[in-house]
Design a protein around this ligand. Structure first.
Ligand code: FEO
Ligand code: CA
Ligand code: CA
Ligand code: CA
Length: 619
């Protein structure tokens, strides 16, 4: 049953209508795909459009591969910095590949599935903050006697400690970075760490629970996906698929529509937390999920500080939080909601950033917007206010943010993942990773997902990268111009829109762009979380990977290939820009990797360091 406003899937059978629509779309795509749609539309075989311009990507491209290791360009090297289960303190046991740890050992060690990260410095010291998005149950609870599920309360304790954020000092000795055990900066934040709830929703009835009748203090953060880094030196951990940890002890419990919109179900995704911690039991504590789905601000240099959930930045399945400072000092945060047909958001702080001043509360109050992309390459930000959304208060908008954005008819997107702002000019990019429901199914709120605009392909299996330039080069502006920087595809298999844009070739093709970050020089680094089958529609794509793009020429070159069944996610640069830290998440998630230790060892998510053999800067 199609939602209101969406034609039933089989309605458009009139050939004339389809042909007309196809022609209009073709003209439209030629205007809005920055580097051209490939052969099918423009009638040209399509090498990278670098033309006569000298390339800024001065490394030899890495071919796609299916190896169980990391591959970097000639003249570059990599090494392991930290792995799941590495103890942060010397009193912790080394990782045990048989048991894979206990609740107690996991609380003192690097969490699982590292994702977004950022590097901070305190004088000469380097401190890495790393999200631990989730745990790979089959590996985490694998080994002899393991079932891939928690079997007792200690297994749940271990699971909750496998999540959250790991903060640890790292040091470079002879060109190899490693964890500094017992550093005063080392800290584990888990699903049980006390947090302050701040901003408009603090103390609202929707956030009150039996354990916290004030609605101001919650425990823990989990499913922290991408991240942000503020100019005042704090780390932003973004709560994404927070829903999968809740379940209902009452099999007949009716799930309210407000929770259904966020994917809450009576069953969890196998984590079993409600069996050991009743706050995850929806039937008993239905407001608990209203206390997750936020951006959490953490002071990485003060292990005694209380993390702050910033409700002003909205509640949804946050991917990352890209922070820029506007000309007048107000702070702008761009954020994606990674779910099929959900939205792209922008926050503008009320207060202003002053270098060296008091900036601790800038994410406490401000305005929230959702994006509408219009045809012709224009778009605008729609304010999420009570008047515009019909929601009762600012607090409610900060809890039911998806519903607010639906009410103003923001554009349903192909799963907005990371957003990255170019440090050398006012332009912003976002990975739209894929969306098999595009043109076929509405989002969870019933909003139609029509094909068009920055989401140009039905049943989109490859993804694309949209970018926009705020009017007047001002991130505070309401209007923007947009185009598509890259439309991923497979030009070796397809000759239609699935071939992708002209800057995608058999030599650099990939699918499902996800992680995204700019290096200081203005090159864009693209990481993938896609189909690594290397067959059919994905033949020639190989393992997940990292590529570099030049925003001005559209050139895209593959820089790195990850090990089997991993996702490549998370980037950070050392202060001298001579080391690039990259996250290797869930290698062997389907049982076919022993990265990084080889032999019979279980695979372990890891942070790696990449350096140039000539000691030069990267990016
Ligand atoms: Fe955790 Fe949207 O990736
Ligand atoms: Ca991930
Ligand atoms: Ca991601
Ligand atoms: Ca993803």
């Amino acid at each position: 049953m199609a939602a209101a406003g969406e034609p039933p899937e089989d309605a458009a059978t009139d050939f004339g209508v389809l042909a007309e629509a196809a022609l209009a779309r073709r003209e439209f795509l030629e205007k809005t795909v920055g580097f051209g749609i490939a052969a099918f539309v423009l009638g040209a075989a399509a090498p990278a459009p670098a033309g006569d311009a000298p390339t800024r990507l001065g490394f030899k491209a890495v071919p796609a591969n299916g190896l169980d290791t990391v591959t970097v360009p000639e003249g570059y090297s990599w090494h392991i910095v930290a792995r799941w289960g590495d103890p942060l303190w010397s009193d912790g046991p080394a990782f045990d590949p048989a048991t894979r740890g206990t609740g107690a050992s996991q609380e003192r060690a690097v969490g699982d599935n590292n994702d977004g990260m950022a590097l901070f410095t305190d004088g000469p010291r380097s401190i890495l903050a790393v999200n631990n998005e989730y745990v790979n149950r089959s590996i985490f609870y694998g080994g002899p006697g393991g079932t891939g599920r928690p079997r007792n309360a200690d297994d749940v304790r271990k699971g909750k400690a496998g999540h959250g954020v790991s903060i640890f000092e790292i040091a470079d000795a002879g060109g190899r970075w490693s964890i500094v055990q017992n550093s005063p900066y080392n800290r584990r934040i888990t699903a049980d760490t006390p947090m302050q709830i701040t901003g408009p929703a603090r103390g609202h009835d929707l956030l009150k629970t039996a354990a916290d009748p004030s609605g101001t203090r919650s425990l823990g953060t989990w499913n922290n996906c991408g991240n942000g880094r503020t100019p005042w030196g704090t780390y932003l951990a973004c709560e994404e698929n927070f829903n999968g940890y809740f379940s209902s002890s009452d099999p007949a419990w009716e799930i309210p529509a407000e929770l259904r919109r966020y994917g809450l179900r009576r069953r969890d995704r196998g984590y079993g937390w409600a069996h050991a911690d009743e706050r995850f039991d929806l039937a008993r504590h239905p407001n608990e999920p209203n206390r997750a789905g936020y951006v959490v601000e953490i002071d990485p240099l003060d292990p005694a500080s209380t993390p702050r959930k910033r409700t002003a930045l909205g509640r949804f399945k946050h991917e990352n939080a890209e922070v820029v400072v506007a000309g007048d000092g107000r702070v702008v945060v761009y954020m994606g909601d990674d779910e099929r047909g959900e939205f792209l958001y922008k926050f503008i702080s009320r207060g202003r950033y002053v270098a060296g001043g008091y900036n601790a509360d800038l994410l406490e109050t401000g305005e929230l917007f959702a994006a509408r992309f219009e045809d012709g390459g224009r778009g605008r930000w729609l304010a999420l206010t009570p008047a515009a959304t019909g929601l009762a208060s600012e607090a409610e908008i900060c809890v039911h943010t998806r519903q607010a954005a639906s009410a103003v008819r923001a554009t349903t997107m192909d799963r907005p993942e990371w957003v990255a702002a170019n440090p050398t000019k006012a332009e912003v990019y976002c990975c739209l990773t894929n969306n098999r429901h595009r043109g076929r199914k509405p989002n969870a709120g019933g909003d139609a997902t029509p094909v068009g605009g920055p989401n140009p392909r039905a049943a989109n299996i490859y993804g694309q990268i949209v970018r926009w330039t705020p009017d007047g080069g001002d991130h505070l502006a309401n209007g923007f111009r947009w185009d598509l920087f890259a439309v991923a595809g497979n030009p070796a298999v397809h000759a239609d829109l699935r071939a992708g844009s002209k800057n995608i070739t058999p030599a650099n093709m990939f699918n499902s762009p996800d992680g995204l970050a700019f290096s200081a020089g203005g090159l864009i680094w693209i990481q993938t979380d896609g189909n690594y089958s290397n067959t059919g529609d994905f033949a020639g794509h190989g393992n997940n990977q990292m590529l570099v793009g030049d925003p001005s020429t559209g050139e895209v070159r593959r820089f790195m290939v990850g090990p089997r069944e991993c996702e490549v996610t998370g980037t950070a640069w050392s202060t001298d820009r001579r080391t690039l830290f990259v996250g290797i998440q869930h290698p062997g998630e389907r049982g076919h990797s022993h990265f990084p230790d080889g032999g019979d060892n279980p695979p372990r998510s890891s942070v790696i360091a990449i350096t140039r053999d000539d000691g030069g800067r990267i990016g």
